[in-house]
Design a binder for this molecule. Sequence first.
Ligand SMILES: Nc1ncnc2c1ncn2[C@@H]1O[C@H](COP(=O)(O)OP(=O)(O)OP(=O)(O)O)[C@@H](O)[C@H]1O
Ligand SMILES: [Mg+2]
Length: 232
Amino acid sequence: MTLIDLKNINKTYGKGEAKVEALKNINLKIDEGEFASIMGASGSGKSTLLNIIGCLDEFDSGKYFLENNDITKHKTGKLAKIRNKKFGFIVQHFALIDTYSVYENVQIPLEYAGISRRKRKKIIHETLDRLGILSKINKTPRQLSGGQNQRVAIARALVNNPDIILADEPTGALDKKNGDQLLDIFKELNENGKTIIIVTHDKDVSDKCRRKITITDGEIIDSNFSVNSKDI
Ligand SMILES: Nc1ncnc2c1ncn2[C@@H]1O[C@H](COP(=O)(O)OP(=O)(O)OP(=O)(O)O)[C@@H](O)[C@H]1O
Ligand SMILES: [Mg+2]
């Protein structure tokens, strides 16, 4: 089933001489269960595209169908609800709150979704356990390593059980070992039915994804399935 269907999406930033055409006429379909990478140089429009997919950002023209529903004209509040339910976001620098414990950080999306305290506790314990960081539950981000914080960020993205995981340069702040472990976690999540889209400029990372979407200067120039797909 087609999960995400972008039609002729255009996005500009700024005006006059400062105007930047960040995305030009983007057409992209993503099916349920895909494991895709969005590759491209710095400034090519990867984050802009991911943020539009994740309903974090508006676009100037074009249409967005999510599970065959036209959400192009949805209001901010309605989009925020869809975002919290459907998407789990992981960003490069984790975006964790330093003064919160691991538990409190991971709890945020569950609070938004109005989940009871008892249920929140159960879900958080299960998710941290699955990611191998349950022993860190009362620590704060500064007391953890980069790889551990990235797992906390993944836990936070997973607690609402979203169908789609969006990750912007998830391995950017990690060494090779932690980056590889992170990709293994994504692979496992994908095998368990999650659709995964990873933004990266690292070829090693995109080679591990089943589909490579390449973007240059705001245009998709290639969105084929990787020839290596059977190797992973
Ligand atoms: N808020 C903004 N205001 C103005 N221009 C912006 C804004 N955000 C992005 N841009 C511009 O839009 C273009 C695409 O930016 P985007 O962040 O999507 O690139 P990217 O591929 O994610 O780059 P990187 O690999 O460096 O993260 C760039 O030219 C950038 O300067
Ligand atoms: Mg970016």
